[in-house]
Every structure is written in structure tokens, then in C-alpha cells.
Design a protein around this ligand. Structure first.
Ligand code: PRP
Ligand code: MN
Ligand code: MG
Length: 179
């Protein structure tokens, strides 16, 4: 696995320091609120697992599974809900936890869908932001790192379902995905 990594972009130490910083900010901002962390599987599970333990406030968690409709999530931005949230969103302060904001199309669609369910508020927390790839006008309210347009894997992020269990974020060697 490590042989496929060209370079480490963000080390375990850098990730943990940033996650703690985000958690402290979220703790402050959500004092007295009904915080619900919403995660879209699978990429964000590692980030969620670390982030939730740095939030010193009551916080619920829930998960969604989505898949692309026909031409694909990446091109159309229209997604099919494979597994919906279990929790009723009315009055909840939703924080969508994402590993990476790329084109933004998936999240733009999901955010709109969740807004229709009358939450008290809805914000986005993305560990990584790749603004160079954005196709819709969407920003995260909390961003860990703004990164260049490179193929990143690890800490939940995959290439072909692999590398999610690397403890750091790395850049894949081009020969791994170009063969
Ligand atoms: C990746 C990533 C984000 C999304 C970002 O998920 O985890 O959820 O793409 O891309 P976008 O901003 O262009 O919509 P992916 O669809 O690969 O599923 P996964 O989380 O199961 O890896
Ligand atoms: Mn994902
Ligand atoms: Mg993926």
C-alpha cells in the first residue's frame, strides 16, 4: 500500500492537530444547540470518528448512503438515496461532515434535500477543500485544509475502494491509476 504513495500531503500529526482545532471551534459555535452530525458514507467516516471525539457538546450522529443516477453523481449532481437518515431533522442544527469538497455537486444536492426537512440550521464541515474543481457555488463553513488538484487518498479517502485505512493523506503515484 505504502509503495503506491508518491508523497505524504498531510501527516497523522497535522491531521490530528487540525481536527482538534475544528472540534474546539464547533464546540464553541454549537453551545446550547441541537447538533446533529450528518455523514455521507464512506469517505468521511474516519474524519467523523476523530472529529466527534473533539466536540465537547452533546452531538448526535447519522449516516446516509447515496449513489448516482444514470449518468453519474459527478456529472449530473443528482443522487439516489440508498440509505436515508434515521433521525427526524426538524429543529436540528445539522453539520454535514465531509472528507473532501471537490466539484461540490453531491453535497449541493444533499444540502438542498435536507433543507426541505425543516432543520434549525445546516452547515458543512469539510476536512479538505479542492476549490480548483468546483462546479457549483458551494462553500464549506468549516474547512480543514485547502489543497491543490492532486489525487489524494488515505484517512477515509479511496481510490477504487482502496487506501481508506492509511492513517495519513497521501498523493497516489500516477502509474497506480493510469494503468
Ligand atoms: C467522494 C468524497 C466526497 C465526494 C466529493 O465520495 O468522499 O464525498 O466524492 O466529490 P464532489 O464534491 O465532486 O461531489 P465518493 O463518491 O468517492 O464516495 P466514497 O465517499 O464512498 O468514497
Ligand atoms: Mn464521499
Ligand atoms: Mg470515493
Amino acid at each position: 500500500m505504502k509503495d503506491d504513495v508518491k508523497k505524504v500531503l498531510l501527516s497523522e500529526e497535522e491531521l490530528h492537530a487540525k481536527v482538534a482545532e475544528l472540534g474546539a471551534q464547533i464546540t464553541k459555535d454549537y453551545e446550547g444547540k441541537n447538533l446533529l452530525l450528518v455523514t455521507v458514507l464512506k469517505g468521511a467516516v474516519v474524519f467523523l470518528a476523530d472529529l466527534m471525539r473533539t466536540i465537547d457538546q452533546p452531538a448526535e450522529i447519522d449516516f446516509m448512503v447515496v449513489s448516482s443516477y444514470g449518468s453519474g453523481v459527478k456529472s449530473s449532481g443528482v443522487v439516489k438515496i440508498v440509505k436515508d437518515l434515521d433521525i427526524n431533522l426538524e429543529g436540528k442544527d445539522i453539520l454535514i461532515v465531509e472528507d473532501i469538497l471537490d466539484s461540490g455537486m453531491t453535497l449541493d444536492y444533499i444540502k438542498g434535500m435536507l433543507l426541505d426537512r425543516n432543520p434549525a440550521s445546516i452547515r458543512i464541515c469539510a476536512l479538505l477543500d479542492k476549490p480548483a474543481r468546483r462546479k457549483v457555488d458551494l462553500q464549506a463553513d468549516y474547512v480543514g485544509f485547502t489543497i491543490p488538484d492532486e489525487f489524494v487518498i488515505g484517512y477515509g479517502l479511496d481510490y477504487d475502494e482502496k487506501y481508506r485505512n492509511l492513517p495519513y493523506i497521501g498523493v497516489l503515484k500516477p502509474e497506480v491509476y493510469s494503468v
